[in-house]
Write a protein that binds this ligand. Sequence first.
Ligand code: CP
Ligand code: NVA
Length: 305
Amino acid sequence: MKRDFLHITDFSKEEIDGLFELSARLKKEVKEGTPHHLLREKTLAMIFQKPSARTRVSFETGMFQLGGHALFLGPDNLGLGKREATRDLARLFSRYNDLIMARVFEHDHILDLAKYASVPVINGLTDYNHPCQIMADIFTVLEHRGHLDDLTLSFIGDGNNVFHSWMYLAQRLPMKLNLACPEGYEPDEKLVETTRLAGLSKVTVAHDPFDIVAGSDVIYTDVWASMGQEEEAADRAKVFQPFQVNSKLMKAAGEQAYFMHCLPAHRGDEVTDEVIDSHRSIVFDEAENRMHVQKAIMVILMGAP
Ligand code: CP
Ligand code: NVA
C-alpha cells in the first residue's frame, strides 16, 4: 500500500519521533558533506498552483541531495482541474514519477491526487492546511528547546491553513495551543472540536493577543491575507492591526519566547522588523529545516530509511 502525507495525522506519534531522528541524521549528513543517496534515480513531480520560494527550493534541493531529481510544474504548465482532470494528472505522473508533491488551492484537489495516484502524494500547502511546514516547525522547536515537554505555542493572527496544521499536530503531541484572531477569522470549527476530542492538547481561541501570550514558549504568526485572498488584503490589514507581533507583545510573552513565522513575512504588518530580526527569532532555522524534514518525509514514504 502506498502512503501519502496530506495531514500531520497521517503519521503516528512513533512515526513522528522516527521522522525527527531521520531529519536530524540527514541534516548532520548535509553539514558534514556525507552523501546520502537514499532516493537514487527516483523522481519527484512538483505541482504548483500558487507561488513558492521555500517549498520549491527545499524539495528540489532535497531531492537532488538524496540522489534523485525533481521536476517543477508551475501554475501555467498543467491547468490542474481545468486543462486536464486532477485524477488524470495523478494517473499520468504515477507512470513517470516515484513521488508527487502538490501545492493547490482546493483541499479536495490534493485528496483527489492522492486517491488516484499509485505513488505517494505530499501536500505542499492547500487553502486548508500546510503539514510540511508544521513538521519542520516542531522539529525546529525541538532543536531549540531540546525537548517538547510542556509546550505552549501562541499563534497570533488568522485561523488559517497554517494554524489548522498546528491543530493536527496537537492531535499527536501534547501541547497548549493558543490562538488570538479577530472575530470572524476563527479556524475550522470541526477541526477545533476534533482536536479537543483527541484529548491530548488544550486548544484556546481568544480575540486579544495579550490574553494568551504570557509564558508562551513560541509566538507564531503568518500573513494576514493568504495566497488567493489578495482582494481582501486591504480590509484584513485594518482588522488585523491589533494582532501585530511587536516588541510590546513579545515582552508580554516573556524572555523565554521564541518568535516563529512560516514566511514569507510582510514586515511592518503581522510582524515588526525589530521582532523578526531579534535574537529570539528562529524563522530561518524553520525555513532551513523545511528541507531536512521534507527529505525525511520522502524517504519514509518511499519506505527507504
Ligand atoms: N513557508 C512556505 O511554504 O513558503 P513558500 O510559500 O515560499 O513555499
Ligand atoms: N497562510 C499562508 C502561508 C504561506 C506559506 C498562505 O497560504 O499564503
